[in-house]
Design a protein around this ligand. Sequence first.
Ligand code: NAI
Length: 384
Amino acid sequence: MKVGIIGSGTMGSGIAQVAATDGCGVKLFDTNNTALDKAKTSLEKILARLVEKGKINSEEKSRIQNNISYVNNLKDLSDSDLTIEAIVENLEIKKKVFSELETYVSDDCIIASNTSSLSIASIASALQKPERCIGIHFFNPAPLMALVEVIPAIQTSKEVLEKSVQTISDWKKTVAVAKDTPGFIVNRVARPFYGESLRIYEEGIADFATIDHSLKTLGGFRMGPFELMDFIGNDVNYTVTETVFAAFYFDPRYKPSFTQKRFSEAGYLGRKSGKGYYDYSEGAIQPTPKEDKELAQQIFDRVLIMLINEAADALFLNIASAKDIDNAMTKGVNYPKGLLAWADEKGIDWCVSKMDELYNEYHEDRYRCSPLLRKMKAENKIFF
Ligand code: NAI
């Protein structure tokens, strides 16, 4: 299969590596020659490291490298069977590139976007044949993360969806098919991990270290929410939250937090700026979490139930299947368990009563229990 990748930055070069590893002929396109050179050099380094570690041999390394050519003319992608775009996150620019690309490629070439936040329907609308457009959303770093969300727009044909799912599965990735809605699966369902933790902090219930400690020890999350926000960057994470909030017509469940906004404004971006919720300077003394079992349980239960409620609501609104929702969270963001499986384990009765407890305390729409959980409780059902 011939694959054209548009944009040779972080995501484009990672996706090129994935496709080339599978044996596809890849053309990696960028308007910026420096970006192309950088992609080539960084792939050389990555593959050399894999050889050192014994994960691939040197023939395999050459094979992957020879499968990729670096081009700076969009026309060079004309013989592609599939193109995946990973350029700047700007609707107008993406639309312009898509409509130009369509004049070069054959009628049955699939034109996909790796966008994280734009609607696939809006990007597809730039094409003469919008039914060939689809979202194929990789996670960073693309070669390491198992999950790929595949997002058909309302215009996308069944054949294009089937072919895309097949191709991505052939590339040995776990596919989760998601409806074309803000944040798709992962960036929607994961919001409470940050949002509810920030709210717990803002209410003065616990400090960053105690909240992180509770989610890691009781929940088995690899990183606590504040460590993770520091890792992602408070600016980046805040922008995603704000975009999702606006895209959901300001549903209070996705409301951003002043705390994160101020950290972002102050330049406390996290690891990359040397300071975020934690201090990353050399020799900095890290805060110790409060040892209080009851408090830790209360924090963990509150964040977990908000995550479960979000996952249940995504299923209720047919964003994806139960299996795909759980796979998305375990393979896209390394959650220790799928949230719906976790709901079954905790018990649907527990889930409903925890949500009702929060709602009764705050009387905020943010804490409304998903109708699906309530219905399942009444019918004595479980997810799996
Ligand atoms: P990046 O900034 O690393 O790379 C973008 C590349 O596109 C640059 O090399 C730039 O020269 C090139 N470019 C910009 N405009 C172009 C044009 N008109 N024609 C050709 N090339 C052009 O960006 P990154 O992080 O790789 O993101 C790309 C896309 O992937 C965005 O839509 C982003 O939302 C999405 N995405 C990003 C993830 C991440 O963690 N960075 C994760 C999943 C999706």
